[in-house]
Write a new protein. Structure first.
Lengths: 758, 723
């Protein structure tokens, strides 16, 4: 057994239940516990073992924090913290930790963060008086960053192209195979379906896999006639496979139009078009652009990468600046906007990509865009209307883009001239429209600026700060969320928090991680001191948890980097072994004393009458114990169709389905019929006495029919308790048999013998 | 089988167009028939005299072929059974009048039908087992749960019928809701007045014990031997009372519309419910609850919670009348009070229409529409009213807003139903056994439900229902002697394998599955859970659903065993063949027999090649019975049953039959027959044509589908067929 516990492992549900059962069934038999003296002995031994280790374990967080603080001061961490929300959160965490345990390092860190926060606030206030900035200077480095992004994108694209070529090569074989299967489907649908399912393992298109499995089962169980089955294979399954192929192309080759897909897959465009409509409805693909007049489709992704959102914002911001720019600034901006737009399009088509490669550049550009906006604000040269200046100050780039053009350019035209339909706009109406429009835009801009500066906010906060009524704020926020200017950042006191899309930088990630760890460790440190000082048997569980917290924190600390390198790696490495052995000792003791791990003997488990402990167990756990894994075999020649199995099953794992396996009634021998109860036997005899032909297929009933049916077991739910087997009133021991492939008591016996032989 | 059967044929005063001579000759040839007697008037005294002689000669094994057993059987049972102490339980009836002579003008065909059916009855009678009517003495004690008007009335009625009664009341006084009503339409009396005589009577009555502040926890046992477990006052100690029957009269609960924010109930003290206003009026403290000010303006809102999908789907029936009662009472106290009633529809049944008229004359304003909101403004309650006739909104500042809130079932009904075994309707009230004919009974024998616990009821209705309920109980208890039902399902425990099909499907939930823990030890080699059914024949309604499902024949109706029915099928179909295709019709003895009898009395005609076999409920017909009919040569088989949701057994017997028919149809199709040869039809005595349509359909099918494989001799040859 290796002692290191790395990360929490996901335990599969059935295994979890098995472990639970061990604990609890044992707990039910706790009277066989170990004598108290042994328990005391174990605890003393653990205490003795832990004491020399404990001081090192307890001191390492402080050492680490001190080193972190030093590094932070040295590399001027505070200056890199731009996200107000992260700072506030970090302060809250530190304050909580400090309320439990005070150390210099923590106070230092807190002070550092507090001063950052204050500076933020003062700069926010001072901003109007800031000296004028030259916008040209600000945007100068822009081109370089865009280049970085472009290079990264080129890299993505080469990578993607390589993948695409591989996929295309593979597709060749697939389309060939598919054509064969289409032919086969009309001759031998069953074989064709098998072939399709084999292809399905490559295309891995969910709806196909599900449907194929379903109709296969349906045929096997007689729920569909062979003719219907053939029809299903020839229509539904083939179309689903086409969808699978389309998905395969979109996943691996990239976004495509219908014509392109048809060519790649060697299919008629109509078939592709038909297949695609359902995929759009299913929300699997979406249109991302237009190429040669035809829509380009791409796979729908679960989440949009943050960098993409930020880039969008930057490009919109630049575009708005363009309106007021002149001369070389205008050229630079125009160039930037053009290049950014093309980058955005490419990224959108790529769908998902490695954000890390461009994150840095994108963040820098965001900085630049914000500063450039500020610079534009501070220049008085612009002769545009007051409203327009408000708009820019409000950072309302997205809206400026085309709405402003309409309002400022088209609007007056509409009033003075006529549109193509010969209609003109009433000046009064135009004025009203402009008023509400500008009012809306200004309010939205105000909200965006606030959130960008102060961090995530709820509608309530925004409303309080802006004095805009909450219902209007909500309207604005929702609108901006739809435009991807805002995202949901979580909630506070039941209110949803909205934030602008942000990508945390290294410093921010570090501060987030470290403060979270500090918050977790503060109570753990307090507990550990206390626990070791006065260790009792019942605390052993808490001790293990506390030590695990240290172990996890240590692992995470080892991964934090600041200024490109890890912090206090010596301390972290030195404490590793101590934590490991402390944890191992605690585990061992926990395993030995009964209050945490009950003593269970093999005999106990073998003799446990599951149904008798079931109620008690279920009360405790909410579900039945698992005694092993196996299959339940059903023998219709002993079944009365009475549903007793279904009614008695503690886990609802066995059902009587309204399907009559009639052909089998005609296979029973006379002896089989003889052992049935008299009336049931009479039924079989009368039936066979009447039959003119042997039935060929099962009867599928619409409703349950008492006395008839087909027993099915859901092995995912079956806990192998044998209740159904024992309850079955059928002749000759009943219709059900449990074939236990894996008996829990057996496995434990095996484990125990192995352990004792070691 | 040497039991001898006598057959009695009646000519109904020489009026029936049947060939009696050939009937007599043919029946006499039947195996087991000792004699055939033809009478002209069996139902008259000389006929009954002769019948009594025959009955004693053959120990009761008599087949009576005459008019409908619905009329004749009670007469025979009363005059010969109860009157002379003869055992009439073995007697079988064949209706040769309404089912043969009156519906088939062709004498030969009618006679043939009569003969076949008599043959069937003879076969069933030969195997009949005598039934003994037994009774057991029980305490003449009844428990009434609930001390409102229904409970009080039931207790008084039971007491005067000679029972000792205990009333359990959960509050500290009797009288329920009624005692707080200032006036009850159309009597014009107050609730207190209406109750005073009754409360006095209860006080004086030594037979009635009243236990206030008492809550019933659960009830154990069966009729004649119930044990009521109850708690008294604050005490947690459980007391037990032995009793023979239970009257559930727990009344209703007024809906408190706190969830309906538009009315501000529970937030604004001047918004009250109609019952709260009644209480105010009765106690003479009419004032604004918020500040004690005078009440001059009142707005009443109807249908609060009623006729709403969220709270109570249907009409609460009482609220309109209650609102008008209270409005009149308000005006009586102070003629200057202005009352507006905001309504959707005004529904005042019975004589209550009178007070509606009166209220109109006295100036109560009726506004059709809804109240859209209630709020406080400047220390006043404001109400916005939508008038749907004028399509306008009004606002007013009433002193009181009175909500006529819905009548809901009382709390704790589900808990009680678990041990008392009554069924609960979708709306949460207690479900009656059968809506048309057995309204006072619940699914459980010995438990009746009266008053508002079954549905919203006016005081007068609750009183009538309470009296009816008391009589229902008297009918069962007979002053302290419970009849052990002679007709019912008998269980052969040794045959039972414990499959629980009977327990799963019994419409009344009578069979209980009992685990055989002791038997387990004797069976050394197996760890089986052994269950055995246990049937309390006192609760059995003799429908035969259990029998039709039992795979072993362990549970069988004592008056219609499997063997009896199978022999009857075989005998009835003896002459069935391809040249004269026969439709065999199993019909239930509830709706179907009435329908078929009415077809007879109205002398409607239908094809004669149908043979009728009565069963107590369509659910008695099993899959084997249907297959047996085909085995013996039936061309088509039909089951006539009660309408959907109209099972007279208080449950699902007809639906079980439907399942059997559906499955049989599928099976027939699969084994090379035609599933159309079996079908099920729903009968309804008000529409006798249904039976005619059904018979025509099935006889036509018999004709068009031609000879069955049984006729052709291909049945059972499935092994020789390759495909």
């Amino acid at each position: 057994m290796s002692g290191t516990v790395e990360q929490e492992r996901e335990i599969p549900p059935k295994r979890q239940r098995m472990l639970d059962m061990l604990m609890v069934l044992g707990g039910l038999k706790e009277e066989q516990a170990i004598p108290l003296s042994r328990v005391k002995e174990e605890i003393e031994a653990l205490k003795a073992g832990l004491t020399p280790l404990i001081s090192e374990i307890l001191s390492f967080p402080d050492k680490y924090n001190k080193a972190f603080l030093e590094t932070a001061e040295r590399i001027r961490l505070a200056e890199q913290l731009t996200d107000h929300g992260i700072v506030t959160e970090a302060i809250t965490r530190l304050e909580e930790a400090l309320s439990i345990r005070r150390t210099d390092a923590l106070e230092g860190l807190l002070n550092l963060l507090r001063s950052t926060q204050q500076k933020d606030e003062t700069t926010a206030e001072e901003r109007p008086e800031r000296p004028r900035m030259d916008i040209g200077q600000v945007i100068e480095p822009l081109s370089g960053f865009i280049e970085t992004v472009e290079d990264a994108i080129a890299g993505y694209e080469t990578e993607r192209n390589k993948q695409a070529q591989e996929a295309l090569d593979r597709l060749h074989g697939l389309t060939e195979e598919f054509r064969n299967l289409v032919r086969l489907a009309s001759e031998n649908p069953e074989e064709a379906l098998d072939g399709l399912r084999k292809m399905g393992t490559i295309t891995r298109y969910g709806p196909f896999l599900r449907n194929a499995g379903q109709i296969r089962r349906a045929l096997k169980e007689g729920r569909v006639t062979p003719a219907r089955f053939a029809e299903l294979v020839q229509t539904n399954m083939l179309v689903e496979m086409i969808r699978g192929l389309i998905m395969f192309v979109l996943n691996n080759v990239g976004s495509k139009t219908v014509m392109q897909l048809a060519e790649i897959l060697d299919l008629e465009p109509e078939r592709v078009q038909n297949a695609i409509i359902t995929m759009i409805q299913r929300g699997e693909i979406k249109m991302v652009g237009v190429e040669e007049g035809a829509p380009v489709y791409a796979r729908v992704l679960g989440t949009v990468p943050n960098t993409l959102l930020v880039l969008k914002r930057i490009s919109q911001q630049m575009r708005s600046l363009l309106r007021n720019a002149e001369g070389s600034v205008r050229d630079t901006l125009e160039d930037a906007v053009g290049r950014l737009t093309s980058c955005l399009e490419k990224l959108q088509r790529l769908g998902q990509y490695d954000e890390a490669a461009i994150a840095e550049a994108v963040n820098e550009m965001r900085e630049i865009a914000d500063r450039a906006t500020e610079a534009a604000l501070s220049t008085e040269s612009s002769a545009d209307t007051e409203e327009l200046r408000h708009l820019i100050s409000a950072g309302l780039e997205a809206f400026a883009r085309f709405r402003l053009r309409i309002t400022l350019e088209k609007g007056p035209n509409l009033v003075e001239g006529k549109n193509v339909y010969g209609e003109s706009l009433d000046p009064e109406v135009y004025r009203r429209m402009m008023d509400t429009y500008l009012e809306n835009e200004i309010e939205r801009g105000f909200i965006l600026v606030l959130i960008r500066e102060l961090g995530a906010m709820s509608v309530k906060d925004i409303s309080e700060r802006t004095k805009i009524p909450p219902d209007r704020v909500l309207q604005h926020v929702l609108r901006m969320k739809r435009d991807e200017l805002l995202t949901i950042a979580g909630e506070e006191h039941g209110y949803v928090l909205y934030d602008v899309p942000r990508t945390p930088n290294e410093a921010e990630v570090a501060i987030q991680t470290i403060t979270a760890l500090i918050q977790d460790l503060a109570p753990a440190m307090r507990d550990l001191e206390q626990l070791v000082a006065e260790l009792t048997a019942k605390d052993i569980g808490r001790l293990v948890n506390t030590l695990e917290a240290f172990s996890k924190a240590r692992d995470k600390m080892a991964k934090i980097t600041l200024g490109g390198s890890a912090i206090a790696s010596d301390t972290i490495e030195a404490v590793r072994e101590s934590i490991r052995s402390a944890l191992a000792m605690a585990y061992r003791t926990r395993a030995r004393i009964p209050s945490t791990r009950p003593k269970v003997t093999i005999d106990d488990l073998i003799d446990v009458d599951v149904p008798t402990v079931m109620d008690e167990y279920r009360d405790m756990m909410g579900y039945a114990p698992l005694l092993g894994f196996g299959t339940i075999d059903w023998d219709q020649s002993k079944c009365l169709g009475c549903r007793s199995c279904e009614l008695s099953c503690p886990e609802d794992a066995i059902f009587l389905r309204p399907v009559i396996d009639l052909p089998e009634f005609f296979e029973f021998s006379e002896e089989v019929i003889d052992r049935f109860p008299s009336v049931r036997a009479m039924f079989y005899r009368t039936l066979r006495g009447l039959a003119v032909k042997r039935p060929t297929s099962n009867i599928v009933l619409e409703h349950d029919a008492p006395g008839f049916g087909h027993v099915e077991v859901d092995l995912w739910l079956c806990v192998a308790c044998r209740t159904c087997v024992r309850r079955c009133p059928g002749p000759e021991g009943g219709a059900l048999e449990l074939d236990l492939k894996w008996s829990l008591p057996e496995v434990i016996r095996h484990l125990v013998t192995e352990q004792t032989s070691e | 089988m040497d039991s001898k059967v006598a057959v009695v044929l009646c000519t109904c005063g020489g009026t029936l167009q049947l060939d009696y001579e050939s009937l007599r000759q043919e029946i006499a040839k039947e195996e087991g028939v000792t004699g055939v007697t033809v009478m002209d008037t069996l139902c008259q005294s000389e006929g009954l005299e002769a019948l009594s002689q025959i009955l004693s000669d053959v120990d009761g094994r008599v087949v009576i072929a005459a008019c409908t057993s619905q009329k004749l059987q009670p007469r025979v049972d009363n005059s010969l059974g109860q009157g002379r102490g003869l055992n009439t339980s073995l007697t079988h009836y064949v209706n040769i009048r309404e089912h043969c002579a009156w519906v088939h003008p062709d004498i030969e065909e009618a006679t043939k039908k009569a003969l076949d059916m008599i043959r069937g009855a003879v076969a069933a009678t030969r195997l009949a087992q005598p039934l003994q009517v037994a009774s057991k003495a029980v305490d003449a004690h009844v428990t009434v749960i609930g001390g409102g008007i229904a409970g009080i009335e039931a207790a008084l009625s039971l007491s005067s019928l000679g029972y000792k009664v205990t009333i359990f009341e959960v509050t500290d006084r009797l009288g329920g809701h009624i005692i707080s009503l200032p006036v009850i339409a159309p009597t014009g009396k107050s609730g207190a007045e209406l109750l005073s005589g009754r409360l006095e009577a209860i006080e004086k009555d030594d037979n009635i014990t009243v236990m206030t502040n008492t809550r019933v926890k659960f009830v154990e046992g069966e009729m004649g031997n119930f044990e009521v477990h109850y708690l008294q006052g604050e005490s947690e100690e459980e007391n037990v009372l032995k009793t023979s029957a239970v009257v559930v009269a727990t009344g209703f609960r007024e809906f408190k519309p706190t969830e309906m924010e538009e009315y501000q109930y529970g937030r604004n003290p001047d918004v009250i419910t109609q019952f709260e206003l009644s209480t105010m009026l009765t106690e003479g403290r009419l004032q604004r609850p918020s500040d004690g000010g005078p009440v001059k303006e009142v707005v009443m809102v109807q249908c609060v919670g009623s006729r709403s999908e969220d709270y109570k789907r249907d009409c609460s029936k009482l609220c309109c009348t209650f609102a008008i009662d209270n409005a009149l009472e308000l005006i009586k106290n102070d003629p200057d009070i202005h009352v507006r009633i905001i309504y959707m529809d005004i529904r005042v049944p019975f004589e209550n229409e009178l007070i509606y008229k009166e209220s109109r004359e006295k100036g109560v304003d009726y506004i059709r529409g809804r109240v859209s909101m209630v709020w406080r403004e400047n220390d006043k309650t404001r109400v916005r009213i939508y008038d749907s006739l004028l399509n306008q909104y009004f606002e007013t500042s009433p002193d009181l807003v009175v909500l006529s809130s819905a009548v809901l079932p009382p709390d704790g009904l589900y808990e009680l139903s678990e041990s008392l075994g009554f069924a609960i309707e979708y709306d949460g009230h207690i479900k009656e056994l059968y809506g048309k004919l057995r309204r006072n009974e619940t699914r459980r024998r010995g438990v009746v439900a009266v008053g508002a616990v079954t549905r919203p009821q006016f005081v007068s209705e609750a009183i009538v229902e309470a009296q009816a309920g008391a009589l229902m109980i008297h009918n069962e208890l007979q002053g302290g002697s419970v009849e052990k039902i002679a007709r019912g399902a008998l269980l052969d425990v040794d045959e039972c394998v414990g499959c629980s099909l009977c327990a799963q499907q019994c419409p009344r939930g009578v069979p209980l599955m009992i685990e055989q823990t002791e038997a387990e030890e004797s069976q050394t080699d197996s760890d089986k859970f052994l269950f055995k059914a246990s049937i309390d024949i006192l609760n059995c309604h003799a429908c035969g659903v259990c029998q039709s499902l039992c795979p072993t024949g362990a549970t069988q109706l004592n008056f219609l065993t499997n063997e009896q029915l199978w022999d009857q099928i075989a005998a009835t179909l003896r002459d069935a063949g391809p040249e004269y295709p026969i439709t065999l019709c199993f019909h239930c003895e509830e709706c179907s027999v009435s329908t078929i009898d009415i077809v007879g009395t109205r002398r409607l005609q239908y094809p004669a090649n149908v043979r009728l076999i009565p069963v107590p409920c369509a659910g008695r017909v099993s899959m084997v019975d249907i297959l047996k009919a085909f085995e013996h040569g039936a061309s088509t088989v039909m089951i006539a049953a009660c309408e959907t949701d109209r099972c007279h057994i208080g449950g699902t017997g007809n639906e079980i039959a439907q399942i059997h028919v559906d499955v049989a149809r599928e099976i027939l199709n699969a084994i090379g027959w035609d599933g159309r040869r079996v079908d099920m039809f729903r009968m309804f005595s008000a529409e006798p044509e249904r039976f005619i349509v059904a018979v025509k359909e099935m006889t036509e099918r018999a004709e068009s589908l031609g000879p069955t494989p049984v006729h052709k001799g291909t049945a059972g040859r499935w092994m020789e067929v390759s495909e």
